[in-house]
Design a protein around this ligand. Structure first.
Ligand code: FES
Ligand SMILES: [Fe+2]
Length: 428
């Protein structure tokens, strides 16, 4: 009883205090400070994450009346349409480095299964922190090491009968119920490296070709720039279409001019299209390093077609067939960097990830940049999802860099590259 009386008194005291605070405006001030603190924390310390998949896209925006209800029907219709251009397609998996997994996806002592490039991989991180990539399926009875495989030091233990395999060379080092390890029992080990926030895999149809060096970003590796967020897309197209976009200079004005507020889908019809106008001056060329090409962009944003708000200089290095390192510099905002990886998870389905880095003080600006880049990428994605690959397109002189790009990109297809066969076509 005494406890009950005390509780009622306490509640009353609390109620009176709140009432007094409200009357003296203190509570309102506290609430406003609280909201501002949460907003500031979000702006400066919470990375942004934006995901868009081919089915989300088609179904959200309404595809000939499907409007979200019949995702399977939409995707199947696309698959059928795709068969028309299948004969013209280049090999689906060009040679080079692929950022198949974001580093943050596996902690020390963890493993995961990754299916891409027509192969099945287990990616695991040793207890000391080194990432290794092996074939996913155990040579014993075929269990998937990426699903339930345990890590001990730098070995992975199969979840089925507990055989151990070394990350360094894939060799079997222990069979818990036998001393007779069959000689040379091993799983295929894939060449890998980890930098700029990704675990990269070396994929090459020619075993004789040695991996070239992937350039690192000192700003990101030395933690001068911090991680600001990411976006991820599943796109329905051949891998080559995505880097080709950088050499397709005419498309910038055609689909990227309208303000980001006009959205990613059909921006020319948006009522917000006049609010801001982006303009782009682009060039594309080879560099002295054989596997690196470069796009240079001068981007400016005009408010209501008149007032110049700011300019950004962009240099995008296309490093091999599936990785881009973008540096964006503005005299007003400073510098930021973006990494793009493209990974074929099926011959005609690409997983595209962008990760954004800048100094902490630029975090609020990066929120807008990530949103803007995602919207702009969706405009491209809407084209890729629906188009065919033209092997011999009709081009005008102004399209010359597309021709140049194709010649350059062809170096990543070699004699033994897997071809896009009828079976692949049926799969997708
Ligand atoms: S299947 Fe891997 S140890 Fe048996
Ligand atoms: Fe584009």
């Amino acid at each position: 009883m005494e406890f009950l009386i005390k509780s009622v008194i306490n509640i009353r005291w609390l109620f009176d205090t709140i009432l007094r605070l409200v009357q003296s405006n203190y509570l309102i001030i506290l609430i406003v400070i609280g909201i501002i603190s949460v907003c500031l924390y979000w702006l400066f310390f919470v990375p942004l994450n934006w995901n868009k998949h081919v089915d989300d896209w088609l179904c959200q925006k309404g595809d000939n009346g499907y409007r979200g209800k019949y995702k399977c029907a939409t995707i199947n219709r696309l698959r059928k349409a795709r068969k028309v251009g299948a004969k013209e397609l280049p090999p689906p998996y060009p040679n080079g480095w692929y950022g198949i997994l974001e580093s943050s996806s596996i902690k020390p002592g963890e493993s995961t299964f990754v299916s891409c490039l027509g192969e099945q991989f287990v990616v695991f991180r040793s207890e000391e922190g080194t990432a290794f990539i092996l074939d996913a399926y155990c040579p014993h009875l075929g269990a998937n090491l990426g699903i339930g495989g345990r890590i001990n030091g730098d070995t992975i233990i199969c979840p089925f009968h507990q055989w151990s395999f070394q990350g360094t060379d894939g060799l079997c080092t222990n069979i818990p119920y036998s001393k007779n390890i069959p000689p040379a029992t091993r799983i295929r080990k894939w060449i890998s490296t980890e930098q700029n926030g990704f675990v990269f895999l070396w994929y090459n149809a020619e075993s004789s070709e040695l991996p070239w060096t992937l350039p690192i970003s000192p700003e990101v590796e030395n933690n001068g720039f911090v991680y600001q967020g990411r976006n991820e897309f599943l796109v329905n197209c051949h891998i080559q279409e995505i880097p080709e976009n950088g050499a397709d200079l005419a498309h910038f004005k055609a689909i990227h001019n309208e303000s980001i507020i006009a959205g990613g889908y059909n921006p020319k019809n948006s009522i917000f299209r006049w609010l801001g106008q982006h303009s782009w001056h682009a060039s594309w060329d080879y560099t002295r390093e054989k596997h690196i090409a470069e796009i240079r962009l001068k981007h400016s944003l005009k408010f209501y077609q008149k007032i110049n708000l700011f300019e950004i200089d962009v240099v995008g290095k296309q490093i091999g067939p599936a990785f881009v390192h973008l540096t964006l510099k503005s005299s007003i905002f400073g510098e930021c960097q973006i990494f793009q990886t493209v990974t074929p998870i099926e011959p005609l389905v690409q997983k595209v990830v962008h990760r954004f880095y800048a100094t902490r003080k630029m975090s609020p600006i990066l929120k807008i940049l990530i949103y803007g880049e995602s919207v702009m990428f969706e405009r491209d994605m809407n084209m890729w999802n629906q188009k065919l690959y033209r092997k011999s397109p009709i081009l005008v002189p102004e399209d010359a860099s597309i021709k140049k790009f194709r010649k350059w990109y062809a170096q990543f297809y070699t004699e033994n590259s897997k071809v896009f066969g009828l079976r692949d076509n049926n799969d997708w």
